[in-house]
Design a protein around this ligand. Structure first.
Ligand SMILES: C[S@@+](CC[C@H](N)C(=O)[O-])C[C@H]1O[C@@H](n2cnc3c(N)ncnc32)[C@H](O)[C@@H]1O
Length: 387
């Protein structure tokens, strides 16, 4: 029977997946190795496994197939065999809003607790509204584009021509449905960047001045540097990262964006980099730190199931050590912009507290950027001034 076939395919994937690779990567490889799965099998397996992980650890004592049905019910508005078979009483309610569906699930399962969706909630930054944050996991985040100032019109026209539904948030931000194939719409990446809305909002903390010299010290493929450049094109930039590969991607993106003048270094910021940097002094440093990524788990819900809480302290150690090593190259009176895509207070406010206590830094402002209210990632940003 078709439903049994669907469940078996889901169970096989669940059995083989250990959380080490990102789920989308694992599925790509898995489907390649299991060529007998047709496109419908692939579509249903993906829907089921993603929905399943969005339930986190809620109803963990229930039978797996029942949990799958609850998850599919909460995450989707179109009918499915698993809901029709295992939750027939709710099947007619698929199109209801998530909050209504949650009430129905709570009525049907006395031991359903919303907080179990995100079982690390004791660690949340105080500003995060817990209920709204938990509920956000049942909806896939959107795809956001940041548009170079003055280039909105032709991009909108291309989207219209390709019949892509688009929402204009501002002159520089567009929202598209997740999964939009941008390479089919735009001939190149010249005037836009794929960048989450909250990541775009961190730019409001940069406040660069003309001809400043800035260091993006964990630059990866350059998302924050490109944002900084758009805010103040005269800024001179040093970009660095421990991963050379990411910096190669940065080169490509800078090239597409027409940025030619910048310095680049591969640096491990856990080491002493004085031989390389002793004469450097910056007007601003962006530290977009390695972190748990817990503010982005709406895109990678498998982490709700597999993340090991002990890893938080590993990240906080990294964050404090990297900050300590970079601040000495900052001019007095100038800002360190500390950013994470984490919702954990240990990586956010507590690291800021540590920096204030142990380094010559004074907090000017900090904010949890609540992406869960906008179908976006949740991030943290602080602006600290060197005294
Ligand atoms: C959150 S990502 C940066 C994202 C990037 N700024 C952007 O906007 O797309 C953190 C980066 O820190 C880098 N990193 C981790 N450990 C590091 C270390 N010890 N030294 C330097 N960079 C490190 C990682 O390679 C990763 O690229």
């Amino acid at each position: 029977m078709r439903i049994e076939h669907q469940i078996r395919a889901f169970e096989q994937i669940f059995k083989n997946y250990d959380g080490l690779l990102p789920l989308h990567r694992f599925l790509f490889i898995y489907f390649k190795q299991n060529k007998k799965m047709g496109s419908s099998d692939r579509r249903w397996s993906s829907r089921y496994i993603y929905s399943f992980f969005r339930l986190g650890k809620a109803l963990i004592k229930e039978q797996q197939v029942v949990r799958l049905a609850v998850a599919d019910f909460l995450c989707n508005t179109t009918p499915s065999l698993v809901v029709e078979t295992h939750l027939p009483a709710l099947a007619a309610q698929m199109e209801q809003p998530v909050k209504t569906k949650l009430e129905l699930v709570q009525q049907a399962f006395a031991d359903f607790k919303l907080a179990d969706v995100f079982s690390f909630h004791q660690n949340l930054s105080a500003a995060v509204e817990k209920e709204d944050f938990f509920v956000s996991f049942f909806t896939q985040p959107d795809l956001f584009l940041r548009i170079t100032t003055g280039h909105l019109k032709p991009l909108l026209e291309a989207l219209k021509e390709h019949e892509v539904p688009v929402q204009e948030l501002s002159e520089t931000t567009l929202v598209l449905p997740n999964g939009t194939k941008l390479e089919n719409v735009f001939p190149n990446q010249k005037f836009y960047q794929v960048q989450d809305l909250s990541s775009q909002k961190t730019g409001m903390f940069f406040e660069p001045k003309t001809w400043d010299y800035w260091w993006d010290c964990c630059a990866a493929s350059g998302g924050k540097s490109l944002l900084l450049h758009d805010l103040e094109p005269s800024v001179q930039l040093l970009v660095s990262d421990v991963r050379e590969n990411s910096l190669n991607n940065l080169d490509d993106r800078f090239h597409e964006a027409g940025i030619k003048k910048y310095q680049k270094k591969v640096l491990d910021l856990l080491q002493n980099n004085d031989p390389d940097l002793h004469h450097y002094e910056f007007d601003g440093i962006i530290l977009d730190a390695p972190c748990s990524g817990s503010g982005t788990w709406g895109r990678t819900p498998e982490m709700l199931y597999f993340f090991d809480e002990h890893k938080i302290s590993h990240y906080t150690r990294l964050q404090k050590a990297i900050a300590t090593n970079v601040v000495k190259y900052l001019k007095p009176g100038k800002p360190l912009i500390y950013i994470t895509c984490s919702v954990f207070k240990q990586e956010n406010e507590e690291v800021v507290g540590y920096l204030e206590e142990n380094l010559s830094l004074k907090l000017e402002k900090m904010e949890v950027i609540k992406g869960y209210q906008d179908k976006a990632d949740t991030m943290f940003v602080a602006r600290l001034i060197k005294v």
